[in-house]
Design a protein around this ligand. Structure first.
Ligand code: AMP
Ligand code: ZN
Length: 144
């Protein structure tokens, strides 16, 4: 994908056309507070270049984003005295991604916050046989 996309709200933040509460910036990555936080300190980490999903990211950019998540997660937790954090990507529209520019969420978690684990996002679990699990594992290995 191109470096910037005019109609993308996160590209406009990168360009400085929309304000943000920036908490980290380098040549390739920007992190800023979510404007509609799920918890105090809710932070978004994005590549500066426009890419829609994790699968669209060049490997080096993916590494840059993860490095920033790695460094920022304990910093965010410390800043708001959190007990932990949920770190997640809504990856693709069907997965709930509303802004089509890759972003990792760091959501601080507190012992009494009433939140739940990522597993609670899903309803009933599929009943997969050993053969089906073997086939899926092989397909992932082949596709990578
Ligand atoms: P997602 O549903 O994973 O695409 O999350 C998009 C996130 O972007 C939401 O948590 C929004 O609150 C957040 N967001 C949208 N616009 C802005 C903005 N201008 N500045 C900061 N965060 C934003
Ligand atoms: Zn963008």
């Amino acid at each position: 994908m191109s470096e910037q996309q005019d109609d993308c709200i996160f590209c406009q933040i990168v360009a400085g056309d929309i304000p943000s509460r920036t908490v980290y910036e380098d040549d390739d990555v920007l992190a800023f507070l979510d404007a509609n936080p799920l918890a105090p300190g809710h932070t978004l980490v994005i590549p500066k270049a426009h890419h829609e999903t994790l699968g669209d990211l060049p490997g080096d950019v993916g590494s840059d984003v993860f490095a920033a998540l790695h460094d920022l997660t304990p910093a965010v937790e410390a800043a708001v005295d959190a007990d932990g954090s949920t770190v997640a990507f809504n990856n693709g529209e069907e997965a709930g991604q509303e802004v089509p520019h890759v972003h990792g969420h760091i959501v601080p978690r507190f012992a009494d916050d009433g939140g739940r684990p990522i597993h609670s996002l899903f309803g009933s679990r599929p009943d997969l046989s050993d053969d089906e699990l073997d086939d899926i594992a092989a397909a992932i290995e082949d596709a990578n």
